[in-house]
Design a protein around this ligand. Structure first.
Ligand code: AMP
Ligand code: ZN
Length: 482
């Protein structure tokens, strides 16, 4: 019954939580989604540490959560979406030192790059993107509350959270502190006293490091406290969804729970914990030393960002991602088929097919929502949508549909695009070629002018492999995506 009503949430303007189910890392099960406040969702996703440009792992996680956010909005929820920016961190201090700059100008440069990258990837700007440097007061208030309640203690080098005071520690990850008493944290050596599982809330300043004043002396926040402080400031002591990739379950999110629940007393401080699968490159963890580290600007220089988004949208947000160039090349082809279908509908002025188009639309909408309501099951949703594509293509091939039916099908594709953000409604393929492709075309033109036809042919082949077919027309070189 619920599924029948699910399509009306957006139209009526209220959040339909009757049918949506999400996998909650906290309960390790799929649960019905009931937000704290009817029709509204508060959602926080851990943001990037901005010591360099964003990488394709970030692109994966923020695209996955962007689709979740947009689907919640599609269902009529009013979503407040917070993504923090970590602009104080060991990595920033180290990189600023190496580059002979300050963490502030390093962060500024990478934040503006990151914003541009989000836009290019079709990721809607979050409602708020708070930065650590702008929230020292709030961070210190949480640490003070923890100390006052007896959960924190001061040492020579900082202020620490006492894990043994919070018996529920480990409830998210299933990792209990006893199992990692020694040797698992860098901070272990620095302790004067306390448990090896205890973690830093405040790090007292070392020579030459950026620092902020506090009642424990100058210093900077520990790794986890910023998220407790900023999520609470923007979403309240208790909110609906907290996300990040699976690498953050332990210790970051476990520590966030300990800090927030002990400081504010609301349990659970987050109702649903959602974790995206990690992205690896050709089967290996991305790392500078392996030479397989791909930044977002590198990705965008090589591929159409919409093809990357189409690739990510084809996967379940919880599945591990293996990134390979050929997957994006294939995704570009898959997306081109959808855009060709849309183009066919835009040009359609054919014969009436009775209820065929209307039936196909309502079946596809129902199937799409049913699958997305099952913990945002995109692979299943695409199976439904691919059936719709075949149906419409066969109608187009048979000389249909009528203009009016085509308009309805386009309206449906636009509804879907409010979630996906990668379909094109009438734009020319030429405008969308990534820089790398435009450069190759220019290079081929040069070779032809210089009568180096072997090189020109080689470039044509290379473009073909990348999914672009060149057409030498009287008006000059054109191309189409294959
Ligand atoms: P970081 O910049 O490492 O603090 O990470 C920011 C966000 O990106 C967090 O939500 C991480 O879980 C996520 N993230 C980092 N690396 C990857 C990766 N390789 N694959 C997917 N998500 C990642
Ligand atoms: Zn966080």
């Amino acid at each position: 019954m619920a599924a029948i009503f699910s399509g009306f949430g957006g139209i009526l303007g209220f959040g339909d939580s009757m049918s949506l189910k999400v996998y909650n890392t906290l309960s390790r099960s799929v649960e019905g989604f009931v937000p704290l406040k009817k029709g509204e969702v508060g959602m926080y996703v851990c943001g990037p540490t901005v010591y360099g440009p964003g990488h394709i792992g970030h692109a994966r996680t923020y695209t996955a959560f962007d689709i979740i956010r947009r689907y919640l909005e599609y269902k009529g929820f009013k979503v407040k979406y917070v993504v923090n920016i970590t602009d104080v961190h060991d990595d920033l201090i180290r990189r600023a030192d190496e580059d002979g700059t300050t963490i502030f100008s390093l962060a500024e440069k990478n934040i503006s790059l990151f914003m541009k990258d989000l836009d290019a990837l079709g990721i809607k700007r979050p409602s708020v993107m708070p930065r650590v440097t702008g929230h020292m007061k709030e961070i210190l208030e949480v640490i003070e509350a923890l100390e006052k309640k007896g959960f924190a203690y001061e040492t020579e080098d900082g202020v620490y959270f006492s894990v043994s005071k919070f018996p529920e520690y480990g409830k998210l990850s299933g990792i209990k502190p006893k199992k990692r008493m020694t040797g698992t944290r860098v901070e272990t050596d620095k302790y004067e006293k306390g448990d090896a599982a205890d973690f830093a809330l405040w790090k007292k300043a070392r020579e030459g490091e950026p620092s902020w004043p506090s009642r424990w002396g100058d210093g900077r926040p520990g790794w986890h406290i910023e998220c407790s402080a900023m999520s609470t400031k923007y979403l309240g002591n208790k909110f609906d969804i907290h996300g990040g990739a699976v690498d953050l379950v332990f210790p970051h999110h476990e520590n966030e729970i300990a800090q927030s629940e002990c400081a504010f007393g609301e349990k659970p401080f987050v109702k649903y914990w959602l974790h995206a699968g990690f992205l690896n490159v050709a089967g290996e963890k991305m790392s500078k030393s392996l030479g397989n580290f791909i930044t977002i600007p590198q990705l965008l220089g090589k591929f159409d960002p919409k093809a990357f988004r189409f690739f990510i949208a084809g996967l379940h947000y919880r599945s591990r991602v293996d990134f390979r160039d050929e997957y994006i090349v294939n995704a570009a082809k898959g997306l081109a088929k959808w855009n060709a279908m849309i183009q066919g509908l835009l040009d359609a002025d054919g014969k009436d097919n009775g209820d065929e188009v209307k039936t196909a639309i309502s079946g596809a909408r129902h199937g799409f929502e049913k699958c997305m309501d099952e913990d945002f099951n995109l692979p299943n949703a695409w199976a439904e949508l691919n059936g719709f594509q075949s149906k419409i293509n066969s109608i187009l091939a048979a000389g249909g549909p009528s203009k009016a039916d085509a308009q309805e099908a386009i309206a449906f594709m636009k509804e879907l695009n409010s979630v996906f953000g990668f379909f094109e409604f009438g734009k020319k393929a030429e405008e969308k070629a990534p820089k790398e492709i435009r450069d190759l075309i220019a290079e081929r033109e040069k070779s032809r002018k210089e009568k180096d036809f072997a090189e020109a042919d080689r470039i044509r082949q290379e473009l073909r492999q990348k999914g672009f077919e060149l057409l030498d027309t009287p008006q000059g070189v054109k191309f189409k995506k294959t």
